[in-house]
Design a protein around this ligand. Structure first.
Ligand SMILES: [Zn+2]
Length: 177
């Protein structure tokens, strides 16, 4: 069993597209980023067996971040290996965010924020009819908060047209020393 990707397993292994996959690339059914991620993750799968149990559906780049979409249910398999996300970042040569195909907005946000837990997701309608999606993170923000919220905002705006607002449950009054 090998990781499933948008291109044939053979192409992903050799790095050379067969005429059929080449035609799908030319026709715009798959992208250069899909091909790049397929080849890099197939190489990583030689060392990381969890990857052979999942399917990469598509890959996108937003602001130097690779957004990798796997089949529904795949992220639990990948999270069984705590160092795997870092290995994927290294294999791709940049920061990655991992989501699942067909997710609701809430599920997608939970996956992007993982391992940070989300307390609530609310949609806030503004007087002009536009909407904001407000995510509340439990606790208060500390210096160790591991996520780049501005980057997450750019990614969810680009892929789902979500205008994201991120707040913490408690405001921090700690003085910066
Ligand atoms: Zn092919």
């Amino acid at each position: 069993m090998a990781i499933k990707t948008p291109i044939c397993a053979f192409d992903a292994k050799t790095g050379i597209l067969c005429p059929k996959c080449e035609a799908r690339l030319k026709g715009g059914h798959i992208s250069e980023i899909d091909v790049e991620a397929s080849i890099k993750l197939t190489k990583l799968a030689e060392k990381v067996p969890e990857l052979d149990k999942v399917s990469l559906i598509r890959a996108q780049v937003v602001d130097d971040v690779y957004l990798l979409t796997f089949a529904a249910g795949n992220l639990n398999i990948l999270r069984a290996n705590p160092s795997l996300h870092r290995s994927i970042d290294e294999a791709m040569g940049g920061k990655t965010m991992l989501i699942e195909a067909g997710s609701t907005d809430r599920k997608m946000l939970e996956d992007i924020f993982y391992p940070v837990r989300i307390l609530t997701v609310n949609v806030v309608w503004l007087p002009d009819g536009s909407k904001l999606t407000k995510v509340i993170i439990p606790g208060r923000k500390t210096g160790r908060f591991p996520l780049d919220v501005e980057l997450i905002k750019k990614v969810v705006k680009a892929v789902r047209n979500i205008d994201l607002l991120v707040e913490f449950e408690h405001t921090s009054y700690a003085k910066a020393l």
